[in-house]
Structure formats: C-alpha cells, structure tokens
Design a binder for this molecule. Structure first.
Ligand code: ZN
Length: 326
C-alpha cells in the first residue's frame, strides 16, 4: 500500500489515445490480437510483445498529482502519530552471489520488499519520524492485508524473491533491502532509499500491493515527482524513473493480464507522487509498483496465487531488462 494510504485523486481522461498511431501502422493481426486484451492495455502489451519498445504514449499522458489524505479502507493501518523509539535494528542488505552472464551482466538492481511482517509488532519503532527531505513521516508502515489475512509484507517479500531469481538469471547483481526474518521491523524508508543509493543501483523497484476499497482494481506504478528540498533532489531521476516505470507497466500487464488501476492514474497505470521518502531520497532510477488491491476479492485471488506472483515477478523483471537495454 502507499505509505500514507492516501490515493492520489483520479486523473482526468488521457489527452491522447495511446494506441491510435500504433494501430494505424499495423496490420489486422494487431487488431485481432488487441481485441483480446482490454483496450487500455493493448498499446503496452502489443508494443512490448511485438516490438520490444517502451510504451511511448504514456509518456505524454497526464500524471496524477500527489495525494491528499483520504479515509482508509477497513483494516488499513499504515501509521499513527506517536512515540519515538530509541533503538533500531541494523542489518546489512542482502546481496547474492555471482550471477550468470546475461543481458543484465554488470548491472545492479535493488529490490525493496515493501513493509515487514514484523511491523505490526513494532508500531512504536516504525512510527518514529524520519526526514524525507520535503517532510517528516513515519519510518515505515505495516502495510495492508487481504480480507483473509494474507499480509502485504508476505506478498512483497515473495514477489521480491521471485524477482531476484528472475533478474539473477539474466546476469544482474541483486540486492534486497531486507530478507525474511533478518530484522524484526523496517527498514525505515530512509534506509530503503539509502541502500539503493549506496549500491549505485542501475534500477530500484519497491514492491507493494494496495489496500483500498473493494471494486478498485488493477496495478499502478508510482513515479517520483521532481522535488528539491532538504535531502531530496529528484531532478536527475525523474526521467529515467519514468522510463523504468513505463517498461514495467507494459510488461507487467502482459505477463499478468492485469489492467492498469481503475481508480487512479487515468487508465495509464502510472502515478506521480512527491510524498514518498523512498522516492524523494533516491538518487537512482526508482519506482514503486502497487501490484493490485488486496481489499478487492478478485485482485486478492490473484495476489494470493503463487502462479500469479511468479507472473508478476517476471513482468517486473522483463520491464527492468527492457529499461537496462537487455
Ligand atoms: Zn505498501
């Protein structure tokens, strides 16, 4: 879920049909295939599948503005104001052994599993305030759950490990910001950003699932806004992060069959935010992905499926390969 649980306002309609030019250039084969896919996905899916190019159209589309706070869905709890803990567990990010040669050889990817299953038991610690440059906010949040209790933090760790495997098979060096059981809570969002920076990551992806009311479905990628305040200066990563996000969006749609979110992003699956420490403090190309809505039964059925999670991880990996020129 988003760290403050406040969905950005829905966008106005897209100013351009992302598929129009593409369709007019392609054969009836394209149209036939496109008919099988939701219209809003067709451009990305087919572009990625048939040409390997990024979804150009989404670059020119409008992006949602940063969120304002809104009511939480039942069971959501990302943060509460409160106490300041005095201790912080410290563990090193986990880096795996040498990877085989492949299109990502020489590349470093940092994968950030959102939240931590232990955060629920360490609310004082995760509620400590940290400086994100533009603001101060909670160190970390608990994340959401499905209605049956499957935790977002379980989901994010599972997808992240699958993603690591997929990336390593392409030759990448992969760093996870934390591992199952390696630490009781966190890391703080500031540390999550720092790990990517200090690794000189070529790409960073923070894996999440959303927790908004039922009926809201689909995935979206959160891109960093241009911010400059305190330790936050995203000017250099805004462009490449958008490219990374577009690549992931197209490939994620293709591998999972999921549609871009129907509740924000104007159907693009892309949202720009300036209120996330993990993005504000990053000096490396970075995006968040909200893979689906854990509070929607149909999305939850996918999110709780190991087979679907494998597709999700593959889609993210394919997007990273595309971004890094593999
Ligand atoms: Zn989350």
């Amino acid at each position: 879920m988003r760290y403050d649980d406040s969905p950005p306002p829905p966008e106005s309609g897209s100013s351009a049909d992302p598929d129009r030019h593409w369709f007019t250039r392609r054969s009836t084969l394209v149209v036939g295939i496109a008919a099988l896919a939701p219209a809003c996905l067709a451009g990305w899916v087919l572009t990625q599948t048939l040409s390997g190019a990024g979804p150009d159209a989404s670059r020119s589309g409008p992006a949602a503005q940063p969120a304002s706070h809104s009511s939480l869905a039942p069971g959501q709890r990302d943060a509460k104001p409160g106490s300041t803990p005095s201790t912080s567990p410290t563990t090193s990010p986990t880096t795996t052994a040498a990877a085989p040669a492949g299109p990502l050889t020489g590349k470093t990817v940092v994968v950030d599993p959102g939240h931590n299953t232990g955060n629920f038991k360490h609310t004082d610690e995760i509620d400590q305030q940290v400086d994100i440059g533009t603001n101060r906010k909670e160190c970390d949040t608990t994340g959401t759950t499905t209605n049956s209790g499957y935790m977002e933090a379980e989901f994010t760790m599972d997808v992240s490990k699958r993603l690591r495997t997929a990336l390593e098979s392409q030759g990448a060096k992969v760093v996870l910001t934390h591992e199952t059981g390696a630490r009781a809570w966190g890391p703080c969002i500031t540390e999550r950003a720092r790990i990517g920076n200090e690794a000189n990551a070529d790409a960073v992806v923070s894996v999440h699932a959303d927790g908004v009311s039922a009926g809201n479905r689909g995935f979206h990628i959160i891109l960093p806004a241009k911010v400059k305040s305190g330790a936050a200066d995203t000017a250099k990563i805004v462009g490449p992060s958008r490219e990374l996000g577009e690549r992931i969006a197209g490939n994620f749609a293709r591998t999972t069959g999921s549609a871009p979110a129907n509740y924000l992003g104007g159907g693009t699956g892309l949202v720009v935010r300036d209120d996330l420490g993990g993005l504000n403090l990053s000096t490396r190309p970075k995006v968040f992905i909200e893979c689906g809505n854990m509070r929607d039964a149909k999305d939850a059925a996918q999110l709780t499926s190991p087979e679907w999670r494998q597709k999700a991880a593959q889609g993210i990996a394919d997007g990273i390969v595309g971004f890094l020129g593999g």
